[in-house]
Ligand binder design. Structure first.
Ligand code: GLN
Length: 236
């Protein structure tokens, strides 16, 4: 960390952030503050270069045209790539997985070069995946089922440098027939789960925070309301 305040980058909320994905940054800030850390959200918009100095970054989902604007900006200002290379955790939701990959095809079949941070490619599938998704995590440090809401047409294929975040037990996930959901590569974690994902999956929030702080474990935060919401979602 640069100083005692943990700085959370909310990347391009002006174009990427469907279904309240900006809430992921709020969850990170709140879980830090409840543990006594100072934390702030730094919004990086299309008017700003992308800084490489923040402690953790989150990116939300987007429609095709907004996704394209975000891709252009992140390629032009490579602060996110530099921060990830230094180990800063990056959470990428839905369209952000596609943007951070090598390339993606839009729903009209146009191929757009991505940022190239993760070894994935995305192409539209015949049917749109819409609905609740539940998965079993494959990433060490995560034990609880992950839940979220997915809405995407793109199907994402993982290359050899990327691994799946989780195995789908309900819903579609990456949507290319391998049964996987999300992606992990280096300090980047991607998922198709909206919700916002970190409100629904506090264990994932704390894994990202522990990495941002460079600690092994964080003190637990017993929040019965969050657990109740999770139980309801998993039962539904
Ligand atoms: N436009 C992308 C798709 O449909 C991503 C959508 C989203 O982020 N919800 O695959």
């Amino acid at each position: 960390m640069s100083d005692s305040t943990v700085r959370i980058g909310l990347v391009l909320p002006d174009v990427m952030g469907t279904y309240g994905d900006g809430g992921n940054a709020l969850v990170l800030r709140q879980r830090l503050r409840m543990r006594g850390y100072q934390a702030e959200i730094v919004e990086i918009t299309l008017a700003d270069p992308v800084p490489d100095s923040l402690d953790i970054y989150t990116l939300g989902g987007a429609e095709d045209s907004a996704q394209r604007l975000a891709t252009r900006h992140l390629r032009r200002y490579p602060g996110l790539q530099q921060a990830a290379a230094k180990g800063a955790p990056v959470l990428a939701i839905c369209a952000a997985i596609q943007v951070l990959g090598h390339w993606y095809e839009t729903s009209t079949g146009e191929r757009v070069d991505g940022v190239g941070m993760i070894d994935v490619t995305t192409a539209p599938q015949t049917t749109r995946a819409i609905g609740e998704v539940t998965t079993t995590p494959r990433l060490a440090g995560l034990t609880a089922a992950l839940t979220g809401f997915e809405n995407h047409r793109g199907g994402t294929t993982l290359g050899p440098d990327a691994t799946g975040l989780a195995r789908v037990t309900r819903g579609v996930g990456n949507g290319v027939g391998d049964g996987l959901e999300g992606v992990v590569q280096g300090s980047v974690i991607g998922t198709y789960m909206h919700g916002p994902a970190l409100a629904r999956n506090p264990e994932l929030a704390d894994l990202l925070l522990a990495r941002a702080l460079g600690v092994q474990d964080l003190e637990p935060l017993p929040l019965p309301e969050v657990e109740q919401l999770r139980r309801e979602r998993l039962r539904a």
